[in-house]
Design a protein around this ligand. Structure first.
Ligand SMILES: C[S@@+](CC[C@H](N)C(=O)[O-])C[C@H]1O[C@@H](n2cnc3c(N)ncnc32)[C@H](O)[C@@H]1O
Length: 344
């Protein structure tokens, strides 16, 4: 006999995704179920005037609970013991830090942090080892990282994080933010920044941080790394070499207010940028690793992006739930996501 569980979503999820929040949560749960199995009957219910996302499972094993606890818009989890009686379940998210790491920065062009978590989750689950995210610190690259929403989410999970962004002003803003945050929280860290060079050519700027939540962890070598390179994403393979990352997660330029930039100029459409960059990113991805991209469906049809991924030797996930994440952001953007695995 299966038990029934209800998820209350973060109130902010409804503001961000309007009517789409429960649908996106259902698709995310279905992706969890593909990885760990045994999550069924996913739908919505209304109880006491609130909407919940519902699922059933034969057993809420440690592993299922550990995964579900990270669902991107989960606020509370309850077991439904009687039709109108709920028992709270203590969740165990991977989160290592206060949520202000994700929410302090506010700027135009920021990718919504809940959506970033969703994209990171679904991408990690697409790895050849889908539960790797629960087992070890992964190394995440965001090769179009803006001011670092993905980097912060990767830090939250206790992962190593590397970002690449062309705009020096984003690099500077992120450097200011993260150094202040680490200092304010009194986390033991070292930070090094300078020019990024390759065979005597200046490629841009670099920032390398090593940090740990406590002095003891820092001393014991249980520290994490955070790196940022202000340069063109097409240099990623020269800079990092092959097989450097477990997971690559990025929110591509929408081709609307935030252009796709090459050599500092607005030249490329997201299509041209992704066609040039995906093969480069694929080289730095470990075999068995996964790439997740969100993009504006109105400027690049899904089929074309799948083609770019396949030509780079990746295996895009097709069918449900991977084709159920499209949602409208504004009149000019319908954001969708795609995940693809690099054969092991
Ligand atoms: C949608 S934004 C990412 C926003 C980011 N997720 C955040 O929350 O800050 C896409 C980013 O790609 C950057 N970009 C565009 N072309 C690039 C290139 N060739 N190399 C590196 N970055 C590029 C843009 O400057 C922009 O910051």
């Amino acid at each position: 006999m299966s038990s029934e569980y209800l998820i209350l979503q973060l109130p902010s999820a409804n503001r961000v995704y309007a009517e789409d929040a429960p649908r996106l949560m259902r698709a995310e749960l279905a992706a969890f179920s593909e990885a760990v199995g045994g999550i069924a009957d996913i739908d919505d219910v209304e109880l006491g005037g609130l909407r919940y996302v519902r699922f059933t499972t034969p057993e809420l094993t440690e592993q299922r609970l550990a995964l579900l606890s990270n669902a991107s818009s989960l606020y509370g989890l309850f077991e439904r013991v009687q039709p109108d009686l709920l028992r709270p379940v203590r969740i165990r998210p991977l989160d290592k830090f206060d949520s202000d790491l994700l929410t302090i920065q506010k700027y135009s062009g920021k990718t919504n942090e809940q959506f970033t978590r969703l994209l990171l989750n679904v991408t990690c689950l697409a790895m050849a080892e889908p539960l790797a995210m629960l087992r070890r610190p992964l190394h995440v690259l965001d090769p179009l990282c803006g001011r670092g929403t993905t980097l912060n989410q990767a830090m939250m999970y206790g992962f190593d994080a590397t970002g690449v962004e062309l705009l020096e002003r984003d690099f500077e803003a992120y450097e200011r933010f993260i150094k202040t945050w680490l200092r304010t929280k009194r986390f033991k860290h070292t930070a090094e920044s300078g020019q990024l060079r390759r065979q005597k050519h200046k490629l841009g700027r670099r920032l390398d941080i090593t940090y740990a939540p406590t002095k003891e962890e820092f001393k014991a070598g249980r520290s994490r790394t955070l790196s940022f390179r202000a340069t063109d994403t097409l240099h990623v393979d020269e800079i990092f070499g092959r097989h450097a990352f477990d997971v690559i997660v990025t929110d591509a330029p929408y081709g609307v207010q935030h252009g796709s930039r090459q050599s500092g100029e607005l030249q490329r459409s997201p299509r041209d940028l992704l066609a040039a960059a995906v093969p480069v990113w694929t080289r730095v991805l470990k075999p068995g690793g996964a790439l997740g991209i969100s993009w504006n469906d109105l400027v690049l049809p899904r089929a074309e992006l799948l083609d770019i991924l396949s030509r780079a030797g990746l295996k895009p996930r097709e069918g449900a739930p991977y084709e159920q994440f499209a949602h409208r952001v504004d009149h000019a953007i319908v954001r969708d996501l795609v995940v693809a695995t690099k054969p092991a």
